[in-house]
Structures are given as structure tokens and as C-alpha cells.
Design a binder for this molecule. Sequence first.
Ligand code: HEC
Ligand code: HEC
Length: 437
Amino acid sequence: MGDLIKEALSIGWPLLALLAGLLVYSQISISDAAAKKRATFKLSIGMLAAFILLIAIAHYETSFYGANRLLPVSLVLVTSMCFMLGIYFPNQAALLKIGGFMFLVAAGLSGYGNWLPQVEGGFPPKEEKIQFESMSAQQLADEGEKIIFGGIGQNKVQGAIGKGQCPLCHAFHKGMLGERAPNLDGLPERAAKERLVDPKYSQGKPLAREYAQKESFPGAGTAENGQEYIAESHSCPSCYVVAGYGVKGTNDKESPMPAIHKPPISLSLPELAAVDTWFYIREGRDAPTYEEIIKTYEKFIPEADRPKQLDDKAAGPPSALLADGTEPVDQIFSKAQCVACHTIPGIPGAVGTIGPKLEEGTNAPLRFKSPDYKGGATTTPDYIMESIVSPSAYVVKSFPDNTMPKVFGQKLSAGALKKIVDYLSQVKVGAPPPKIS
Ligand code: HEC
Ligand code: HEC
């Protein structure tokens, strides 16, 4: 709010000064008490209105989430102006009120149209060049929220997920379930005050570390402040593993989290800066500057490993699929992060142990024929499909419920789901894995 006022003043001070001058002048020059009162009233309202207008102008885009709110918000502004002008020009008051009313109706209608959920395929997403480096902290944080959750204001929506894919594993708000990965609420403070001073973090002594990786790359060293810790967590998850969250059977030496600058997630440094800025801004903290954050990533990601921001576009449309089904099945498994939680015979890198080994040609019939099975499947493909789109329909014994994400029904195309089901149906205990297609 303080910033808003400052910015409004910075563009509008001559106007406000003029009104204030008139106010003083009217006090001195008008002798009639009633007239003086009227002039004071009008000028005060004028100042207030001018001030609100200036704030609106200064923050036109960001305050109203971009182009689709511009029309209704503009109409509301014009409406209030009409009513306000009515005070100043009493002779035209009736006309102005009618005009104002018409604008109000127009604002209502266009607002209603714009607030309705946008029909997919109605308008192609705007292909604007996103210049992260010249954004305000709030704009950068908004981009970060889009990358993590797929849209602004989506951070509390269950199942919202963007190209960063973090909500597949992480919860972001106090009290929300986060069994597969630490809850990222309060991350900036925890990074500096708890993680860095943890003896196991071995600050300043990377070679003393007992994790699968000692340094992000030889010579990178360890983090010296909270932001560096965050950058290191993102680029080298196995350099330090939060206790209790390591890959099963590795004694917390290895992290199941994918390095997020590498495929399939492949966030560029500017995108990572946006994600981090969101972590601070959403808690009302001051974020480090864009340049400062980029430096922390340069410390942990060598030049050759930095993904290019290929198309200069940010997160893409909110509904973007994790995989569209044109990819070979091994890529679908890795794009959707199945590989982080499951071991899948025949799929390189699929060595996760958070969920069961997916030998569904053998397992599926055992599941849907078991007496405690309450789901609706009667064939192997049906069972696999059900496990993917509604994981809680049947929870495999000795594995936790609510751990497998429930978003795949929306986030994988029908074609991608079919390829997964075809592949997994053919995986049998003791048989060679099926061919990848
Ligand atoms: C496949 C699951 C998975 C995905 C996807 C994932 N993470 Fe993680 N993340 C983990 C796990 C498990 C840990 C804890 C182990 C460790 O310290 O590496 C972790 C740790 C972290 C930490 C350190 C937390 C702390 O309290 O010290 C941060 C920060 C983090 N993740 C951010 C992210 C962001 C941002 C994304 C998305 C761009 C993301 N993660 C995607 C599983 C995941
Ligand atoms: C964050 C971890 C996680 C991710 C990511 C994940 N799963 Fe799972 N999955 C689990 C867990 C835990 C279970 C066991 C509990 C249950 O049945 O819900 C499971 C169960 C399953 C089952 C039932 C297995 C059986 O033998 O009955 C299938 C099939 C499955 N997952 C497929 C997938 C596919 C395909 C993907 C990627 C599109 C995926 N999972 C992503 C954690 C995960």
C-alpha cells in the first residue's frame, strides 16, 4: 500500500498540489460561510477522487490482472467520474446520473462476461515476450505463481499445477498435507535459520557432507545465506536432504526431488527467480532483487547446464498438460514425475520407491480380485486407469493414501493415459519389460 501511494504521488503531485492550492485559496477568498463550506466540500472530494484515480492509473495492469479486467474496471472508473461530476455541475446532474447509470450497467455486463471462466480454445494465449528482468517484485511473484500453480491466485486451489510441477509433491500452506515432501510454508525463514545451521548441512565444508552429492558441481561450495540455500535445493536436491524425506532405503542420502533446471521440468534461471520471488512476496517479505537471485543460481548451476528460455514465454496456459500423448511412453512417465515415486521396469531412471513397483500385469488382477477391493475395475487396464485418475479408489497395502497426486486425470491427455495403461498392463513379474513405443 505504501508503494502504491508513493507511485500515485510521483505521477500526480502537480494535480494534487493544484487542488490543495485551490483549497487554501478558497478559504481566503470566499467570505460567505455557506459558499465556503460548499467549496471546501467539493475540493476535498475532488482531491480524494483524483488520488484514487491516480492510484488506479499507476497500477492499471497489475491491480486488475491484466487485459481481461481492463474493460470492466475502466467502466467502473467512468461511472464514478460521472456521479462525481454531477456534484460539480448541478445543472447537468440529471444527465450525468443517467450516463453514470448506463456505464454502471455496461461495467456489470462486461465484468460478468470477463469473470466467467474463459472457454478453452476461445482465444489463443497472448504470445507476449516476457521480460523477467524488468518486472516489479509483485509482477515477478505473479509469474512465479503461474509457473508453480498454473495461474495467478491458484495457490490455494486443490490440484492446481503449473509447468514447475512442485504441487505434485509439495504443499505450500500451513496445515496442508505434505507427506511426500516438506511443506514449503515459511521456507525463506527456515532456510536461513534452520537449514544452514544444521550440522548435517556442513556449511563451508561440502566435502564433509554425507549425501549422494557433495556439491552442485565441483567447486560450487555451500550456501552462505537463505536464498543461496533455496537455489541449491532447487538445483541440487541431493546435496542436502531434509531428514525423513529421502528416497526410501537410502537413509536420507538421496532426494527424490528432480533438479528443476533439468528435463523434464527445465526451468530457466529467470523462471527460477520468479518462483523464488513468489516465496518471499506471498509471506509479505522483501524479496532479494532479480539480479541477486540470478547470482545465487549461477553459483550452483554451471553455464552449460542453464536452460535457455526457449520461446520467451512464461508458464503457458494454466491448463497445460504434463504430456499430450505424442511422446514415447518413457518420456510420459518422466514428464508426469511417475518416475520419482515408482520403479517401472524398462523405463530408464524410474527407480522411485514412494509408491509400489508398477508390475501391473501381475499386480492388477491381485488387487481387483482381493476381498477388500471396493473400486469398480474388473480388468487390468481398467484397474490401472482407475489407479491413475482416482488413486484413493483403492490404496495399495503398506503405502500411504493421498500421496499419489490426484491431478493426472486432468493433466494427461487421453492418448498419454492410454500409452501408460498399455505399457503397464504388459509389465509382469519375472518377464522382460515390454518395448517402449
Ligand atoms: C517428485 C517430487 C518433488 C517435486 C516435483 C518437487 N519437489 Fe521439492 N522436494 C521434494 C522432496 C522429497 C524434498 C525433501 C528432500 C530434499 O531435501 O531434497 C524436497 C525439498 C525441497 C526444498 C527444500 C525444502 C526445505 O524445507 O529445506 C525446496 C525449497 C523445494 N523442494 C522446492 C521445490 C520446488 C520450487 C519445486 C517445483 C519447481 C519442487 N520442489 C518440486 C520433492 C519434490
Ligand atoms: C508423489 C508420488 C507419486 C507419483 C508422482 C505417482 N504415484 Fe502412483 N502411487 C503412489 C503411491 C504412494 C501409491 C500407492 C498408494 C495408492 O494406491 O494410492 C501409488 C499407486 C499407483 C498405482 C497402483 C499400483 C498397484 O500396484 O496397485 C499405479 C498404477 C500408479 N500409482 C501409477 C502412477 C502413474 C502412471 C504415475 C504418473 C502419471 C504415478 N503413479 C505418479 C505415489 C505416486
